[in-house]
Each structure stands twice: as structure tokens, then as C-alpha cells.
Design a protein around this ligand. Structure first.
Ligand code: AKG
Length: 257
């Protein structure tokens, strides 16, 4: 986290996702002013090995991002050939809506529970290339088979006139407050850019997480280690203390075998 916090707070990275070349592209896609979510993800994917696999599993973003339809812009930081673990999308899957999920090792401790619609596509990326996709598009990363860390970021954009879920207003978990994020910036330009915009904020629809959690608790009580990622996610992110405590006890039991 010590290293990650400074990567996530990087001034140039924050400016890149709100750069006018990027926002004007989204304005054109939406036919109205685009809102850049304050929250974004910076990823450092270590080389895959037999004992360590951090490859992002198959998922849709909608259940995690909430609000109205949003679009992700995924961009590697530097060149990223396929073998370094590019992002792949299931082309056409955006027409199937939100697919049912089950507890698993995918994003947020969830896996998609039905056959994936669409055709997987990816490619080699060069610095500056970006992949833009809608929040119900099924996607995954390819494994990083190089000896370097794959660095990338994914930021989200939506129509300013539509509601945004509250979770997208906060800095990434563990990165402190926005004041902490901005503490070492050289310029104030781009800080708190959303504060003066007419936002409609709604709570995140947590029903997908609630279903996942009920399933994960049941599996963990029965000693099923397949629930471990979902249990970890509850410990790291759930707003309810009693749930986090229950998850911590179950994790200790699972790990003790
Ligand atoms: O970069 C990755 O490994 C995953 C990215 C992703 O899932 C996303 O942009 O929504």
C-alpha cells in the first residue's frame, strides 16, 4: 500500500484521465457533456507464476460501478503486448444486460455464472492506445507472461446529466482522503474538478454484493475455500462492522484448514 498510494496519487495520471482530448472524445460519444468519475483504478499486474496468479477474471463492471451507464477507458502505461496481459473484451456481450454471478475468484470475489455471450477480442497495445467499453461488456485480462510488471489504469466516464453512484466519489480504498491524494501535487489544477458540477448522486445498488456475501458466508461456514476471495473482499470493503468481523473469523477458520 505504501508504494501503491503514491502511484494512485500521481498528478500526471490524474490529469491524463481528465485531459480535454479525452473528455472531448466522450462528449462526442455521449452527445452531451461527459462526467469523469473521480475514482479510477491503477493496476500493477505482477508476472504470473505457478504460485501467484493475479490475472483479472471474467466480469462486468456494472455491478461494481453502479449508477447510470458508464464507459471504461482502459489504458496501459507504456507499450503492452498481448503476452504482458492486455485486456480482452467479449465483443457483443454488451447486449445481454447484467449476467447472473456466483462466488468465485473473479473481480470482487465473483464469477459470471452463465456461458459468456460474444467473441473474445484483444490486441497488442502501444503507449497511448486505449480500449473503451460499456459497463455491461464482459471482459478479462490475459495473463502476464513477461518478467515485467504490467501497469495500466482504467477510468470511467458517463453522461453528466445521469446519476452516478456514491462509491465513485471517493479515492481508491486505502489511499486516504482527497486532501491526502493531493498533498504532494505541484499544481492545484484538476483537483476537486467535480465539486462545481451539477451531479446527481445515488447509492450503489448493493444487491449483487449482498447475494454474493450470503452465498460466501454459507460456503465458508461449510469450509469451502472457494469463498476465500469474496470473504477477503468483505473484510476489505464492507461498510458494516459486524459483517467484517464475521468474515474475519471465517477467514481465520478457512486458512487454518
Ligand atoms: O486491467 C485489468 O487487469 C482489469 C481491468 C478491468 O477489469 C477494467 O478496466 O474494468
Amino acid at each position: 500500500m505504501t508504494v501503491f498510494r503514491s502511484l494512485w496519487s500521481d498528478e500526471a495520471l490524474h490529469r491524463l484521465r481528465i485531459d480535454s482530448h479525452v473528455t472531448r472524445l466522450f462528449d462526442r460519444i455521449f452527445g452531451e457533456r461527459a462526467l469523469v468519475h473521480p475514482m479510477f483504478v491503477q493496476r500493477n499486474i505482477f508476472p504470473q507464476s505457478d504460485s501467484f496468479d493475479f490475472t483479472t477474471g471474467v466480469h462486468q463492471d456494472r455491478v461494481h460501478i453502479g449508477g447510470a451507464t458508464s464507459y471504461a477507458m482502459w489504458m496501459p502505461i507504456g507499450d503492452c503486448p498481448r503476452e504482458m496481459g492486455t485486456l480482452a473484451v467479449a465483443a457483443g456481450s454488451n447486449t445481454s444486460g447484467i449476467l447472473p454471478t456466483k462466488v468465485g475468484s473473479g473481480a470482487g470475489g465473483m464469477d459470471i455464472a452463465v456461458p459468456i455471450p460474444g467473441t473474445w477480442v484483444t490486441g497488442d497495445f502501444e503507449a497511448g492506445d486505449a480500449l473503451i467499453f460499456q459497463d455491461v461488456t464482459v471482459h478479462k485480462a490475459l495473463p502476464n507472461r513477461t518478467r515485467s510488471i504490467r501497469m495500466s489504469f482504467d477510468a470511467r466516464y458517463q453522461r453528466l446529466s445521469e446519476p452516478m453512484a456514491d462509491v465513485n466519489l471517493m479515492p481508491y480504498a486505502g489511499c486516504g482522503s482527497w486532501d491526502d491524494v493531493y498533498a504532494h501535487w505541484l499544481s492545484r489544477e484538476g483537483q476537486y474538478y467535480w465539486k462545481h458540477l451539477p451531479l446527481t448522486i445515488v447509492p450503489l445498488d448493493r444487491s449483487h454484493y449482498e447475494r454474493r456475501d450470503a452465498m460466501a458466508f454459507e460456503m465458508a461456514e461449510a469450509g469451502d475455500r472457494g469463498a476465500r476471495d469474496a470473504i477477503l473482499r468483505i473484510i476489505q470493503r464492507d461498510p458494516i462492522l459486524a459483517k467484517r468481523e464475521r468474515a474475519e473469523k471465517l477467514l481465520a477458520r478457512l486458512d487454518a484448514g
